[in-house]
Ligand binder design. Sequence first.
Ligand code: SAM
Length: 388
Amino acid sequence: MRYFFECGNFFDISLAELSAVFEAYNYPKDSIKRVSNTILLIESNTLTKDILNRIFSRLAGFIRYGQIIDDLDSFLTPYLERKKVVYGISVLGESDIQTKDIERLSNEIKRGFRSEGISTRFLLPKKKELNAAQISNNHLLENGFELCIFEGGNGKMYGATLGIQDIESFVKRDIQRPSIDFDMGVLPQKLARVMCNLTGLKEGIIWDPFCGSGTILMEAAVLGFDILGSDIDLGAIESVNNNIGWLSKEGMTNNIKYNVFQLDINNIERRVVKDLKNTGINAVVCEPFMGPPQRRVVSERDAEELLTSVRNLYVSLFSVINEISRRGFKVVLIVPSYKSKKGWLTFNISQLVGKKWDILNRKYTQGDLKWKRINSIIARNIFILEKR
Ligand SMILES: C[S@@+](CC[C@H](N)C(=O)[O-])C[C@H]1O[C@@H](n2cnc3c(N)ncnc32)[C@H](O)[C@@H]1O
């Protein structure tokens, strides 16, 4: 069987996320092939639709997934049993396919169904591809199909969508959660999910020592991890309690264990380190303080000052993690880069953590795991570390 996964805006991050989730489930990573900057192809005789659906529902870096269609006629044949078929056609990624080509294909499909007495409704994409709302509001995947066309290595490929990202639930957690503190800097909900997935774990305890209002903790909880959160700010602890309570009331978590407490990472008592060690934490996932928000390109000196102050937090963080972690312990964290007049400046995390840690980024992708919008002054570099 061959399947396609359509990546979101950050190809390398999506590829790393899917590879890490495959690893979590012990599925072969080498069945994932890159077709273009948008599409990953999965070829496997052991991965069923149910398994892929379970994997897809954990991911945040993908828009849709589906099955590759080798022969369009055979794909359409089962729909001849129906009285009415709703269908849409989407072009994924860069392609020379024009709207008129889609209309031509759509008319051909329509004529085929009509000649068998089947009524049809065609959904025209607003841009080149149907969006999640069009697909779910029209119950497209139940009442018919979405045909996807994209450039493969040797010409065009066709696929039938099996699932589309549940954007609504990400948006709901982002904007409907009871507590949020924008002054602290809030992680995008999807990035928080991606980071939990990059641990390559599917269960266990995740600790966020800079939890803020709990964006990472919420996504970890939805994925079924037990969660531990701490922050220097007492207000953040209250926010997390509100948010996790709300998640549970909304039915988005299922019997997870959680604990959240106030902690200054620069000033930890021995007994707390001992408690953390005994907790059996499997991974730390966090975005430490990124420094104050920046509106314009910073001078080289300011960037160096910002980096020095932020770097100290990472030094403190690793002095604790080094004590509480065993071999195989994972850390997924963000290191900032500042846009200065001399280009992007950051600090070297590999030097900071020393020889006890492997950086796994290259295991998953050749590119940097950088989450950055055009015009950003601060970029987020994601690192995946594993204790040797
Ligand atoms: C970028 S925010 C984290 C945001 C969080 N990931 C979210 O999306 O809600 C950084 C957090 O680090 C906390 N912080 C700063 N210095 C700290 C320290 N020394 N120890 C522990 N937490 C600290 C801040 O209170 C803030 O909540």
